[in-house]
Design a protein around this ligand. Sequence first.
Ligand code: GCO
Ligand code: MN
Ligand code: MN
Length: 390
Amino acid sequence: MTDLLYQPKPEHKFTFGLWTVGNVGRDPFGEPTRPSVSPVDLVKMLGEIGAYGVNFHDNDLVPIDATPAQRSRIVSEFKRALDESGLVVPMATTNLFADPAFKDGAFTSNDPRVRAYALQKTMSAIDLGVELGARFHVFWGGREGVETDAAKDPVEGFKRFREALNFLCAYVTDQGYDLKFALEAKPNEPRSDIYLPTTGAMLGFIETLDHPEMVGVNPEVAHEHMAGLNFLHVVAQAWDAGKLFHIDLNDQNYARYDQDLRFGSQNPKAAFFLIKFLEDVGYDGPRHFDAHAYRTEDLKGVRDFAVGCMRTYLILEEKARRFNEDAEIQALLAEINTDDGSTASFRGEYSSDKAAALKSHAFDRVGLGKRGMGYERLDQLVIELLLGVR
Ligand code: GCO
Ligand code: MN
Ligand code: MN
């Protein structure tokens, strides 16, 4: 019964990257603990568990040194697998971090040949994504940063990144592609410091581009938690700016290395408010899980991990519905937001009369300070809802 209720289906728009369910369990201290699975088999598995789509970096699908003939064989096999499983490709991205050529960054590398190669590689990755139906291209600049500020002037870094994005926006327009860019911020890992470290920084940067309307953000839970931020607030700002093009869902202990934990497994309360927000505002983009199974898991554990991400989303969605329908919670919220009407004439547009009236209004400051807000009771109701006794 419960299983049927939280059964992931394509209509839920759950997506996974090839690199997430394909993660082999390598870490900086140890070799892979799982066999590598082909993109075709990963697609098959995702279809079986009810996912909607699959995303990839260019080289998750086509090896960096593949010949044109190999590329076309791989792409047609992949297309067949997509057709058979009913999966779509909503997003693609470029691997601009794995190859040693990118050790000093891609678009911001100090070597102009690397910067040109990064543009070339990204144009090809865009072509590949579009060929498979992608509507978004994500830019995660994992190596666009430094270990030492002696190496680069950050303003020069922003300028190079801006030039690259302007060039690529123009390329997309020139090709007639229906494609948008989503910038993904991360404060560190693999570089000591990555430029434009938060989604907020990206939102500011986007407005300096030639075509800001083509560019939005792809915020990731773990990345903002690594920066010590409240992810809901980050997402809300992106949404408010009309820039929430895509989202990377996972989980992360605030004070640790980049963990990529199963969605909702570390901070279920924060995950609840996030899902409540996405559902309340009507976000209709893909729900992409950018996480991976614990290194302790075999392939069965990878499947458990992927199903777990989706089930937790659906369970939290159900909790959000119950929050919205809970009479006690809603009455409390109404009470908290009560308006005695005494300040109505001060609201809205500025006028000098309004300003003068407001300046001379007598407020009961001491009385205002005495009011209890009732948030303890409200939050306890949320906790009881989440813990399943409500
Ligand atoms: C990370 C990032 C990546 C990106 C991916 C898509 O921490 O490694 O989250 O997984 O999301 O490269 O651009
Ligand atoms: Mn990440
Ligand atoms: Mn990510």
